[in-house]
Design a protein around this ligand. Sequence first.
Ligand SMILES: NC(=O)c1ccc[n+]([C@@H]2O[C@H](COP(=O)([O-])OP(=O)(O)OC[C@H]3O[C@@H](n4cnc5c(N)ncnc54)[C@H](OP(=O)(O)O)[C@@H]3O)[C@@H](O)[C@H]2O)c1
Length: 289
Amino acid sequence: MFLVTGATGGLGRRIVRQLREQEQPVRAFVRLMSDYAELENRGAELFIGNLSRDRDIQKAMQNVQFVISAHGGESEPISYRANLELIDRALEANVQHFVFISVLGVDRGYDDAPAFKAKREVEKYLQASGLSYTILRPAGFSSNLLPLAEQFRRTGIYWLIGDPESRTSIVSTDDLARIAIAAVSTEGAKNQILSVGGPEILQRQEIPQILRRIFDREPILLNPPLLAFDGLRNLVGVLNPKVRESLGTLRALLANEFFCTPAEVERIESLFHLKLETLESFLRRSISN
Ligand SMILES: NC(=O)c1ccc[n+]([C@@H]2O[C@H](COP(=O)([O-])OP(=O)(O)OC[C@H]3O[C@@H](n4cnc5c(N)ncnc54)[C@H](OP(=O)(O)O)[C@@H]3O)[C@@H](O)[C@H]2O)c1
């Protein structure tokens, strides 16, 4: 039995889908008010709970062999404490393998980005736990771009905050789901930290050009500088310092480059016997579905 947290999220939903396609038993950890009908229809067992409650995590862990922690959230109880609890309970339940979805650049010391800090601490805790583990450090997910592609299709507008030349290697969320599942049974992925990006390094300004090709429409690029984001963030911070703090993660994402080297791409492809999908291929496939 797999336990998947964040099962209604962009990545978690795909992990559950693929597990069910393989007819694997999976328990999807979901919140009561979330949209989990699809997971249920696919034959996943639902565990309705909240990751902020230790008791729920303990109950969800019964008869589980593999855990994939794929939930997101900026708050400390979810990004940090819930993962520690998952690890402790997994140890208690003799779980065979634990996959943690971290983030590329987590080790660069972005002090202003709470989610990065939490993930690095969870990584260390998992490494020291004695559990068999795989830590995946993905670049940005291709599925994040689907709402932007939809907006582009309707209006031609593409928002790009910050440096248009900064580089990224966006990973197909479907590939990442496949890798997270395969990690539990891939000997070479055992007790490893793996960076996972798409097969090409793109400048962010190339993304609207991909959309232009897909939709046959000239992009209207709206490109406010990072300074505008900072100004807005500071303004929000006067009213709500907590929101300002949580925007630190977004700022780190906007202000820095996140891409994998060709050697890292090759490592993933040979370890998991797959060919990583380009962003254009993912978008064309997802949009036509
Ligand atoms: N998106 C990216 O580009 C990116 C890049 C690198 C790494 N990552 C990491 O990859 C993971 C998955 O990201 P994602 O974009 O797929 O996430 P997402 O779409 O934002 O989904 C977050 C998931 O976490 C669940 N969740 C949040 N708080 C919860 C709580 N208190 N109890 C139970 N479930 C809770 C949400 O449930 P609800 O449906 O109830 O809200 C949702 O299923 C995250 O750890 C993220 O940090 C993401």
